[in-house]
Design a binder for this molecule. Structure first.
Ligand code: GDP
Ligand code: IMO
Ligand code: MG
Length: 430
């Protein structure tokens, strides 16, 4: 098997960064295919924490090629900051190690201004976006007024597109959103510097990936966000603006469906969500507090406290079907230590009806009653454990029950943030 897709099967922050970093050992190329700097993926290696937002999570391994696919919306300033930090650590010094698709779209200052202003105007009804301009950038892509890297590299084309867009955006910002207009020269000058810095990385990434896959090189596709944040299949409108499911690899990296050979779904042993929207298993009392505290559940990008709740097998089941998940990684099970009882939601009940998958209407999801199964907890810390057999009996039963409910083999259980704090049930993944 030469390609593997890693996707979050909840509402994001499942630990994709940690898992991709670990799997990247076996890969030659690691590619992002959607999302943007709304993502925050945490890697902990040798006790040192690194957070990546646009650069794929394989970057801490020498000589792996990192690819930012066409489906990603790229904030050039964020990417350059990330690149600077990594280069200071001696990484990505060869430009060939980071490739940016020439057809990826560029996030502009007006995207972020619009995102933030809209959220402010929505007040209590806000979506709780990360405020990084993600939605407005994808809107422009679909409206066919987005600026792609290939256009960005051409001074004249870029000038024309920026001036056309800015006229319209300044009207919208001023008249509708009551914001300050943005200055053309300031944007143009700063973006020209960004362009000069990033130009050596821009290439036909779709063709590159195809050629490498055909040669048998191993490619890991790294998802951002999670399935319940998918713009089509998530809890719309409380979602992000891209398709986060594994199928998005084809459009977002520009590769053909027959080149997807496996899909690993990442799930926490409980559930978290940042931002607004329905969350059936959310906990509001001391148990939720415990998960937030012990799990360090504060947003990687925005620092917001994450909402916490029990594992939801209805969500997992829906996501496994949508993504074609072939194996599962269960993360953060160490955080459950110390709870006398651990609950798993196995179904939803609403007006006499039972749901085994997530219903489409957020109004229905808001009103359903979760059906729980209670399992006995365990008190032992798990972070030093490296095999399933060494887990306390109740923790092992929990893992086995999740596997049964979701009906996919669990190949990895993560017991801590560090790369080595992992129980590898199957030694290889490709
Ligand atoms: P991502 O967006 O899916 O990559 O996840 P984030 O990095 O945003 O959030 C996951 C958080 O949990 C990070 O702080 C990780 O370092 C941490 N983490 C990952 N796996 C584990 C684990 O098994 N146990 C614990 N305690 N922390 C973990
Ligand atoms: P990673 O890749 C968790 C959420 C936001 C908000 C909604 C829309 O680290 O898992 P957006 O800025 O995308 O328009 O916000 O999506 N969101 C995430 N939640 N993890 C993420 O990424 C997220 N990226 C966006 O909180 O609810
Ligand atoms: Mg994250």
């Amino acid at each position: 098997m030469s390609t593997l897709v890693v996707v979050g099967i909840q509402w994001g922050d499942e630990g994709k960064g940690k898992v991709v970093d670990l799997l990247a050992r076996e890969a030659d190329i690691i590619a992002r295919f959607q999302g943007g700097s709304n993502a925050g993926h945490t890697l902990v290696v040798g006790g040192k924490k690194t957070i990546v937002r646009l650069i794929p999570s394989g970057v801490l391994h020498d000589d792996k090629v990192c690819v930012i696919g066409n489906g990603v919306v790229v904030d050039p300033q964020v990417l350059i900051e990330e690149l600077d930090t990594l280069q200071q650590q001696g990484r990505l010094l060869d430009p060939a190690l980071l490739k940016i698709s020439e057809t990826a779209h560029v996030i502009m200052p007006y995207h972020q201004a619009i995102d933030v202003a809209r959220e402010r105007l929505r007040g209590e009804g806000r979506l709780g976006t990360t405020g990084r301009g993600i939605g407005p950038a994808y809107e422009d892509k679909m409206a066919r007024v987005g600026i792609r890297f290939v256009d960005f590299l051409d001074d004249q084309v870029f000038q024309e597109q920026l001036s056309r867009n800015l006229q319209e955006k300044n009207l919208y910002l001023g008249e509708i959103l009551k914001e300050q207009a943005l200055d053309y020269t300031q944007i143009f000058d700063s973006y020209r510097r960004f362009r000069d810095r990033l130009a050596p990385h821009v290439t036909n990434a779709s063709r590159y990936l195809h050629q490498e896959i055909v040669k048998g090189r191993k490619v890991l596709f790294e998802g951002a966000q999670g399935t319940m944040l998918d713009v089509d299949h998530g809890t719309y409108p409380y979602v992000t603006s891209s398709n986060t499911v594994s199928g998005a690899v084809c459009s977002g990296a520009g590769i053909a469906p027959q080149h997807i050979h496996g899909v690993i779904g990442i799930s926490k042993a409980y559930t978290t969500r940042v931002g607004s929207g329905p969350f059936p298993t959310e906990l509001f009392g001391p148990e939720g507090e415990k998960l937030r505290r012990d799990g360090g559940e504060f947003g990687t990008v925005t620092g917001r406290p994450r909402r916490c709740g029990w594992l939801d097998a209805v969500v997992a089941r829906t996501a496994v079907r949508l993504n074609g998940v072939t194996s599962l990684a269960l993360t953060k099970i160490d955080v459950l230590s110390g709870l006398p009882t651990v609950r798993i939601c196995t179904g939803y009940a609403y007006q006499g009806q039972q749901y085994d998958e997530v219903p489409a209407s957020v109004h229905v999801i808001d009103r359903i009653t979760p059906v729980y199964e209670d399992l006995p907890g365990w008190s032992e810390p798990l972070s030093d454990i490296r095999s399933l057999d060494a887990l306390p009996l109740n923790a092992r039963r929990y893992v086995e029950r999740v596997e049964q409910l979701v009906n996919v083999p669990i190949k990895m259980v993560s017991v801590g943030a560090g790369r080595e704090e992992t129980i590898l049930i199957r030694p290889t993944f490709f």
